[in-house]
Design a protein around this ligand. Structure first.
Ligand SMILES: *[C@@H]1O[C@H](CO)[C@@H](O)[C@H](O)[C@H]1NC(C)=O
Ligand SMILES: *[C@@H]1O[C@H](CO)[C@@H](O)[C@H](O)[C@H]1NC(C)=O
Ligand SMILES: *[C@@H]1O[C@H](CO)[C@@H](O)[C@H](O)[C@H]1NC(C)=O
Ligand SMILES: *[C@@H]1O[C@H](CO)[C@@H](O)[C@H](O)[C@H]1NC(C)=O
Ligand SMILES: [Zn+2]
Length: 520
């Protein structure tokens, strides 16, 4: 079946089509070349931890044998019980070489997201990252920043913890990257490494900063590369494609198990497993560039209503991870863990001491609404909206968050008090939103969030408050600034080329609601 969004794309006027087709999470060939990249970087000036040239060699001058083979695991779109179950069936029973359960990155968009589950997933040690509020490609700043504001308000995720971004449909522009850097995001992960590591002109670079511009997607995104955009200290974590028997002509990026392999017309899990293994081996035997399982977990959800559980595919993915983990020095990680290692690379013999790869459970005795399921039982607010219901520890908003108002007023049920949002000086697991109290009283759990310039006109925002407004962080004064989003002006701010993406988003949303498998 031709996916609906392709039909939509085909009906749109010519110009944006080529790029849109390359942005649905699929790839059809190289999206960069050495010539198109025109990349040069002065590695004597550009040094870790805050500058890193795009390079196929491991960071820190490590030899490949001393370099861990990272498998980045990411999920995109709404956080729901189905999608968390889907991720858990791949990771929950596994351990990394240091004995910790693997962590992953969830690029969260807000439609259909259960904010309470986001809290739980974060407190369990996973990374929560931004995927826009309503899933639009080439997003305006309000879509990017509103996601962070809403996740801070309704899921209690500290501002400083939301570091990364992935563009819906992988549809990003030079301006997207600039907006991210302006809002002090740490990294983007929307670009593709589209040429195998075994080719001379591979674009499978280790994560790099944009001090000297981009070196990926030079052929597919206009205005990128040849030194642009220069965003010092802002990282790109390329998404590393798998390649089937056709090599460079057979790339598979997101959800490779939904693609037919080797030019065949039908999906074949055996063929997928074979090329996932061979690409892994190519990375492992060369410069150990990370590989990634970039998932839309809804497609492999164990019991999504109305959809037959794709058990063979689920088993195949687990077989791949079993096989990969049998090899030495293989780690399954989130993007933030990968980046922490890249910024301060340690040889495999020292990985047990790397803090970012460690795991610990917050020492909380009281039963408070804090993202630990056994502690918060019965304490979450249940918010009923016609569009989708959700739970939260932080009080139900009086409307769903929107681009114009990402932090709506709280509704307080009769006989209850308003819940207190996570303040800047407490972290999620230790914050009691009902009493408005930080139960941390030792140095080991003390925490200070940073403010982010994500408010209207770049206002610096921090958490706290009750909803309906944000505390301005300037000099710590407790003044309140009501959020004043762009409202109906958003349309006027759309960059050229955004409209097709919006149509695509709507199409994809419809398909998603009907439960038809499709890639977002
Ligand atoms: C939010 O609540 C405040 C105080 O009750 C009220 O003044 C304000 O108008 C409300 N804002 C919206 C958008 O409903
Ligand atoms: C956090 O700041 C508030 C005032 O803004 C203060 O009352 C409280 O004691 C602080 N909590 C911690 C744990 O430092
Ligand atoms: C936000 O904070 C940063 C760093 O403290 C500062 O440079 C910037 O001017 C602030 N932005 C606004 C709009 O106040
Ligand atoms: C997502 O949510 C926004 C705000 O509630 C709504 O306007 C939009 O139609 C939703 N989109 C989809 C695809 O459901
Ligand atoms: Zn998406």
């Amino acid at each position: 079946m031709l996916p609906l969004f392709l039909l939509l794309a085909a009906s749109l006027s010519s110009a944006p089509i080529a790029s849109v087709l390359a942005q649905d999470g699929g790839l059809s060939g190289p999206t960069s070349s050495g010539e198109a990249a025109g990349y040069s970087c002065d590695s004597s000036k550009c040094q870790l931890p805050d500058c890193h040239c795009a390079s196929t060699s491991p960071p820190g001058g490590l030899s490949p044998e001393d370099t861990p083979q990272f498998i980045v695991f990411t999920a995109d779109d709404a956080v729901q019980t189905y999608t968390i179950d889907a991720v858990n069936q791949f990771l929950k029973h596994r351990q990394n070489p240091n004995g910790c359960q693997p962590k992953m990155t969830y690029f969260t968009s807000l439609n259909y997201t259960d904010f309470g589950l986001v809290t739980d997933w974060f407190v369990a040690g996973n990374e929560i990252a931004d995927h826009t509020m309503t899933h639009v490609g080439d997003p305006p700043a309000e879509e990017i920043n509103g996601n962070l504001i809403a996740l801070n308000a309704l899921s209690g995720i500290p501002m400083s913890a939301i570091q990364g971004f992935r563009a819906p449909f992988l549809d990003f522009s030079v301006d997207t990257l600039k907006r991210l850097a302006d809002a002090s995001f740490v990294y983007d992960s929307s670009a593709a490494a589209s040429v195998p590591v075994t080719e001379d002109d591979t674009d499978a670079f280790w994560p790099y900063t944009l001090d000297y511009g981009m070196a990926n997607n030079c052929l597919s995104v206009s205005g990128l590369c040849k030194g642009e955009p220069k965003l010092p200290g802002f990282w790109e974590i390329p998404m590393y494609a798998f390649f089937d028997k056709r090599g460079v002509a057979g790339p598979h990026l997101m959800d490779p198990w939904l693609d037919a392999a080797n030019g065949d017309s039908k999906v074949d899990d055996e063929a997928t497993l074979e090329y996932m293994k061979s690409t892994f081996t190519d990375h492992y035997k060369n410069n150990r560039q990370p590989i990634g399982l970039y998932t839309h977990p809804i497609h492999v959800a164990p019991s999504y209503p109305g959809v037959k559980t794709p058990q063979k595919t689920i088993d195949m993915i687990n077989a791949f991870l079993d096989w990969a983990q049998e090899q030495q020095n293989v780690w399954i990680v989130s993007n933030e863990q990968l980046l922490a290692w890249v910024r301060d690379p340690k040889p495999v013999s020292e990985l047990d001491s790397v803090g970012a790869l460690k795991c610990s459970t917050p020492a909380v005795d009281q039963n408070i609404c804090n993202g630990m399921p056994e502690k918060e039982e019965g304490l979450q607010s249940k918010c009923t909206f016609d569009e989708y219901p959700f739970s939260t520890c932080y009080g139900c908003p009086d409307q769903l968050p929107t681009v114009a108002n990402p932090n709506p007023n709280q509704t307080v049920p009769d006989g209850e008090s308003a819940r207190f949002r996570l303040p800047a000086n407490c972290t999620t697991a230790f914050w009691d939103p009902i009493e408005g109290e930080c139960i941390c009283n030792s140095d080991t759990c003390s925490f200070q969030d940073t403010s982010k310039p994500v408010g209207p006109n770049g206002a610096n925002l921090t958490g706290g408050g009750l909803g309906g407004s944000f505390t301005s962080s300037a000099d710590g004064a407790a003044s309140s600034t009501p959020f004043n989003g762009p409202g109906n002006g958003a349309q006027a701010m759309m960059p050229a080329g955004l409209l097709p993406s919006v149509l695509l988003a709507l199409g994809a949303g419809l398909v998603g609601m009907l439960g038809v498998l499709n890639r977002l």
